[in-house]
Design a protein around this ligand. Structure first.
Ligand code: TXA
Ligand code: MG
Length: 300
């Protein structure tokens, strides 16, 4: 439960260029004033994220998104149907949007979250909040206030809006060109979007910052269609194992990051995650799982 005085304190911090962790329906975000380049640089520094990765601008339902980007007819159709909610639209930026937000691109990502605390904060702040997920670069996204505190300690003020209802990041659609493209699968599935605007392309240039290895636990992660079989095999080899089983899709998404964090802390040799059925939000779950399982030689 977040009270008015906490919203006021958070707004005061944001106005002076400090950061606040805000709950959204997808994951918690590390928010800063999107019109203040220093605040946005502070986001990069706090996360340990390389500069040049664009961040999403969050707006309240009553804000005018066309102050930030060009809302084409296609963008408007999607916004009308899916905002507030877990959809990010990439549109052509307006010139006043700082380069720190767009990573120097001529586009900007916009999203109107549905979480009541995010909306209360955005309305009281009366501006756009740049917010990537509130985790250190390359780590698992936070879905509770406690996860954010575990990442940043008392350094960052956290508004506790309870556990995130969706649990994985927003769907990202690039509508900055004539052919809308899916950049990141999420809670709003491709079929629902295509039912409204026709076939989506898939971009061959991934969103900057969408790395192959991402969202990663420390423990090695094995993806499996038959986790109990893999468990027996690995245990027979003398390894300690923890299993994350697939549940009903929406629950699986909601619990995914929290469970990965919990199992990661057990100190076993190997985590086994059961793949989700490849439909609806299951595609997004499997996308996140495969990124979590990819190990690159460089430290992310
Ligand atoms: O659900 C979410 O989207 C969460 C919550 C906090 O809103 N935010 C989130 O932000 O996941 P982040 O920074 O972890 O991921 C944002 C993704 C990045 O992969 C980035 O490359 C992409 O959005 N993105 C942002 N602006 C973009 C742009 N102008 N063009 C292409 N991709 C963009
Ligand atoms: Mg992230």
């Amino acid at each position: 439960m977040v009270r008015d005085f906490q919203i006021d304190a958070a707004v005061a911090r944001l106005k002076e260029g400090s950061l606040v962790a805000m709950p959204t329906e997808t994951v918690y975000g590390l928010a800063g004033d999107a019109m203040n380049p220093l605040a946005v640089r502070r986001i990069y520094a706090t996360k340990g994220r390389p500069a040049g990765h664009p961040v999403i601008v969050h707006l309240s339902p009553e804000a005018d998104p066309s102050e930030w980007g060009e809302m084409t007819p296609l963008a408007r159709i999607l916004a009308e149907r899916f905002w507030p909610g877990p959809l990010t639209l990439i549109v052509r930026r307006k010139p006043q949007v700082p380069d720190e937000v767009t990573g120097g691109l001529d586009t900007v990502g916009l999203r109107v979250p549905s979480h009541p605390v995010a909306q209360a904060l955005l309305s009281a702040f009366d501006g756009g909040l740049a917010a990537p997920s509130a985790n250190r670069f390359g780590r698992i996204s936070p879905t509770t206030a406690h996860h954010v505190q575990a990442e940043f300690g008392s350094e960052i003020m956290v508004l506790d809006g309870g556990p995130a209802a969706v649990g994985i990041e927003s769907t990202i659609i690039d509508v900055s060109t004539d052919m809308p493209c899916l950049l990141r699968p999420g809670a709003i599935d491709q079929e629902s979007i295509e039912a409204l605007v026709g076939a989506l392309g898939t971009s061959n240039t991934p969103a900057p910052g969408t790395l192959k290895s991402h969202y990663a636990p420390m423990t090695s992660l094995l993806l499996s269609h038959n986790p109990q079989l893999d468990r027996s095999r690995l245990e027979a080899e003398g390894r300690t194992v923890a299993v994350l089983e697939a549940t009903a899709l929406e629950d699986h998404a909601r619990n995914l990051y929290g469970e990965l964090r919990r199992l990661d802390a057990l100190g076993v040799d190997i985590l086994i995650a059961e793949m989700a059925t490849n439909v609806g939000i299951g595609l997004a779950i499997n996308d996140r799982l495969s990124r979590a399982a990819t190990k690159l030689s460089t430290d992310q």
